[in-house]
Design a protein around this ligand. Sequence first.
Ligand SMILES: [Zn+2]
Length: 180
Amino acid sequence: MVADPTFPMYLQEAVSQSLDALIKGKVPDAVTVSSNYFGGAGTLYEKETVAIIECILDHDFTPDPTIKPKALKTLRVIAAAMELWGESDVQEFAEVSGDWTHKFKPEEVIQLLYAAGLERHRLDHLRHAGVRKIAVRNGADQAARDCQETIGRVFAIEEAPILPHGNPACRCSYAPVPSS
Ligand SMILES: [Zn+2]
């Protein structure tokens, strides 16, 4: 547990405290910092939040394999913190723009890592609900090219492809397919 935080705590201070906890893998502590800041929340909510954050942090998805593991880990931690804070509150901690030469911007990578965690969490939920098959659906009017080949296809839930596709334009998600 986190020691009694000093009140009032400034937002920036709270965000950086939760990032510290996330870097150390202390997910419940990070969630506690956030719920204390916002005046406390129910334990059910916290349990769900911990599960989502673990899905983001434990994921091995990367939209670009040339991003170095250390930088990727930082971005993953920031993506996880997005579940606790507003997107704009965490962006300033993404200080990786100096020698950034990758195809996607750090903000885009963070969004993809965040989406990947949410989709994995959603897949876990579907599996627990007894869903055996999923389809890949897309909410956008025009699907990105790498998405097109999986949209509409049905997979056994154990063989579900990782979503999102490694592309900031991807809006794909899992949809349960009723078993007949
Ligand atoms: Zn896609």
